[in-house]
Design a protein around this ligand. Sequence first.
Ligand SMILES: O=c1[nH]cnc2c1ncn2[C@H]1C[C@H](O)[C@@H](COP(=O)(O)OP(=O)(O)O)O1
Ligand SMILES: [Mn+2]
Ligand SMILES: [Mn+2]
Ligand SMILES: [Mn+2]
Length: 201
Amino acid sequence: MAGRDLSREDALSRLDHKHACHILLYADSNAKLFGKIPIKHIVLMQMRFDGLLGFPGGLVKPSEESLEAGLSRELQEELGAAVPVTMEDYVSSHLAQSPPRLILHFYSKKITEAELLEIERAAVSNAVDHGFEVLGLTRVPLYTLRNGGGLPWFLSHSFISNSRAQLLEALQRLDLVSPQTLKEAVKKAEEMRHTVKSDPH
Ligand SMILES: O=c1[nH]cnc2c1ncn2[C@H]1C[C@H](O)[C@@H](COP(=O)(O)OP(=O)(O)O)O1
Ligand SMILES: [Mn+2]
Ligand SMILES: [Mn+2]
Ligand SMILES: [Mn+2]
């Protein structure tokens, strides 16, 4: 998605813009898929009402609440959990090319596997948005299977706004996936997207 990064100060000075905050919550894990493929880290995303993948979060009015308070409010609505967000979790601000005058603030926060599991468990019963704005939480597979399954196939799905770029940037910055694995997964996903397009069945 085009557009450009802004400093936090520049972003917040744009009073005539809309602001949205989203967060990548992740945890380390010693679990293994099929008892042999290391899962290594759990990264949370969500299936949205519009059928697109995205991160938990939403619109925030900086004139009424800080970006971090607004994001915590959205997480209460969408996850049904009190996730304290601070400026330490702030990553970047991005001026979306479309729709005009929308600034996308991104955060990432490491939690424990137990906390993440608790969020997943509680979301269905506690989140007011569950089944409405949020159709469900999903984990991001960070491994690549021989047939291309896992991260490549996940990346071949459709994402809201710049959330796919936010995911790729965070996986690299937080060293959750090796640069080589990431590069190969992106390439394979492109092939997948092309294959799916050329084979509509
Ligand atoms: O995960 C995301 N990353 C970047 N931008 C996103 C993400 N999810 C949505 N968006 C964009 C597109 C949306 O129109 C706005 C507002 O976000 P949304 O989560 O839909 O807003 P509410 O939860 O309804 O407040 O940001
Ligand atoms: Mn909202
Ligand atoms: Mn919301
Ligand atoms: Mn939202």
